[in-house]
Design a protein around this ligand. Structure first.
Ligand SMILES: [Mn+2]
Length: 268
C-alpha cells in the first residue's frame, strides 16, 4: 500500500456550471495527486442550477464521489462558499461528503482552519443585491461571449482588484484565526492565490479554477505549498452542455445510484 504524498489537498472556486470552470483540469489534478484529506473550500458550484452542468462538470462530481468512498480512506470535506450556499443536503447525498461552514483539523501539532472567506468580504455582505446583479451580468456575459472567454476572465480579475478583496479577506481571516486559536488559516473566494504571515499566524488563499492559472494548496510535514496546475496540452475543453440526461446517467452509474435515480431536488 502506498503512502499518501500529502496530508491535505485544498482547492476552491471551481464554479461548476460556469463556462469558465476548469473542471477537467481539476479532475486530472486530483487523479494524479495522493492525499489523506481533501478539502473543497467553497464555490465549487457557480449556482444551484444543475442544468448548467456540462458532462465534464458531472465527471468532476463523479470523481469526488469515488474519492469519498470509505474504502479509499480519504477524508473528503466540503466547506460551503457563498455560491454553493444551500447545497448541504444535496451534496451529502449526491457525492457522499459532509458539508461544513468552517472546518478545523490538527496536523504536526498545529491547528488548521479552513473557511471559504466571503465572511470577511463586507462588500458581499453589505451589498447583497448589488453583488447578485453583478453575478447575473457576469453570467450573461459568459453566455454571450462564449467564444471570447477572455473578456469574462478580464471581468473576473477586474472585479477582484476593484473590490480589493485579497487584502480584506486576508485581514479578516487572520483576525478570525486569532479568535479561534488557529495557527494556519485557509480561504478561497478571491480567486487570487496568496500567502501571508502575521504575528505567528499563517494565512493562505487557494486561488481558483476559473482563470488561466489554476492553483491549489497542499499541506504535509514539509509545510504548506501553493501549486500552479500545469496542463499537459493547451486544448480548450470545448465542453458541450448536457442537453439530455446521459451525463447524469453516467454520474449516477459511477456513483452507484439506483437506475431509477432522478434528480428532483434541483428545482426546489
Ligand atoms: Mn466566493
Amino acid at each position: 500500500m502506498s503512502l499518501a504524498a500529502y496530508d491535505t489537498l485544498i482547492l476552491s472556486d471551481l464554479h461548476l456550471g460556469s463556462e469558465l470552470s476548469r473542471a477537467r483540469d481539476a479532475r486530472h489534478m486530483l487523479q494524479q495527486a495522493s492525499f489523506r484529506r481533501l478539502i473543497l473550500l467553497g464555490d465549487i458550484f457557480s449556482d444551484l442550477n444543475f442544468r448548467r452542468l456540462s458532462k465534464e462538470h458531472w465527471k468532476f462530481l463523479g470523481c469526488i464521489r469515488k474519492l469519498s468512498n470509505p474504502k479509499r480512506g480519504i477524508e473528503v470535506v466540503w466547506v460551503e462558499g457563498n455560491h454553493d450556499q444551500g447545497l448541504t443536503n444535496i451534496m451529502s447525498h449526491l457525492v457522499g461528503v459532509r458539508v461544513y461552514q468552517e472546518y478545523t483539523w490538527v496536523f504536526d501539532g498545529l491547528r488548521h482552519l479552513a473557511i471559504h472567506g466571503h465572511q470577511f468580504d463586507r462588500f458581499v455582505l453589505n451589498n447583497f443585491l448589488f453583488s447578485n446583479v453583478v453575478s447575473m451580468l457576469h453570467l450573461h456575459m459568459q453566455k454571450m461571449d462564449f467564444e471570447r472567454k477572455r473578456i469574462s476572465r478580464f471581468v473576473d480579475r477586474f472585479n477582484t482588484r476593484w473590490l480589493r478583496l485579497s487584502s480584506k479577506v486576508a485581514l479578516g481571516a487572520l483576525a478570525h484565526a486569532r479568535l479561534r486559536n488557529a495557527d494556519r488559516i485557509f480561504c478561497g473566494h478571491t480567486h487570487v492565490a496568496l500567502e501571508r504571515e502575521h504575528e505567528g499566524i499563517a494565512y493562505y488563499n487557494t486561488g481558483g479554477w476559473t482563470d488561466s492559472c489554476p492553483t491549489y494548496i497542499t499541506v504535509d510535514s514539509e509545510g504548506v505549498r501553493i501549486h500552479e496546475y500545469q496542463r499537459s496540452d493547451d486544448r480548450d475543453s470545448g465542453e458541450e452542455r448536457s442537453e439530455d440526461d446521459s451525463a447524469l446517467a453516467d454520474f449516477a452509474d459511477a456513483a452507484g445510484l439506483p437506475e431509477d435515480f432522478e434528480y428532483k431536488s434541483a428545482g426546489s
